[in-house]
Design a protein around this ligand. Sequence first.
Ligand code: FE2
Length: 368
Amino acid sequence: MTVDPLALKRIDHVRMFVGNARQSAYFYRNAFGFDVIAYAGLETGVRHEAAYVLRQGHITFVLASPLRPDHPEAHRLVQHGDGVQSIALEVEDVPAAFAAAVARGARPATPPRTIEDEHGAYDFAEIHAYGDTTHALVNRARYHGVFAPGFQPLDPDRYSPRTFHPVGLKAIDHIVANVEEGKMGDWVDYYSKIMGFSLLVSFDDKDISTEYSALMSKVVADGRGRIKFPINEPAHGRRKSQIEEYLEYYGGPGVQHIALATGNIIESVRAMAANDVSFLKVPQAYYERLPERVGTIREDLHELAELGILVDRDDEGYLLQIFTKPVEDRPTLFFEIIQRRGARSFGKGNFKALFEAIEHEQARRGTL
Ligand code: FE2
């Protein structure tokens, strides 16, 4: 049996295109607890953009900003504000994976290329996904530098010693897309047909609706369940749903949230809150009903209530989760912090309470 060239190994990194990568790096370092490990820019011989590589546990973010108005991606900043440009996936053989993806219907973005420097060879290609988000296909098996050619380990003098609270995030749990109304099925097909993902779970508007907001969601995952991509589309509610709000302010489909896994959500959230990260808060009544909803859990209920951490249970166990407010001025990208205690689901039992919290924020923004 031949191995599928699109057998994906893992999410290698998430590249965000931002207005001021230097300042974004400061935020993700000091608020989210990332280490800034590498830099590319004028000083390293890269003329068109500056980029910072941030690492925490197995999570790698690349924050990039154009240095000149003729950068080929510069329009993204006007269109989207800061946002996720690419979810990079590690594959065994980049040219074979790219050829297979295109043969199965993926729209090519960057043909395969091998980029070399004194540290080895880095293989890269890129296909289009929803909106103008892309999937980079990368292989760094023959590369021994800090990240990729053009990047150098960051001069530690560039940042002062960390004075903020360590956060302890470990891995990317899932990355969620918002797509246009009526398009969710097409993108489920894209991931099934091109990447061999299977449908893990789906929610319709009966599961996920409040008086105002409704959405439909399907979750696709790779065979080993390491890469999970929920895909949302708006459904009709009485007022504008959070997905419509996103599509309007992002200027099209894109990444809605990135869920980051921790082994101790109480410590992680306590540290992030101390670092001034703003989280969505549900009403205290949520915690009065919690014991009957989820049964016995190991965590202290008062501590969860104090921090605003949510809990949900499925057949396999339970999970704890919390959502940040959007991390930029546009009501677009936000983050989830999640700790799984056996559960492999996504917190369906929290949707209603959460949506009411989100709608409260939308009302404050005048976008409900
Ligand atoms: Fe999520």
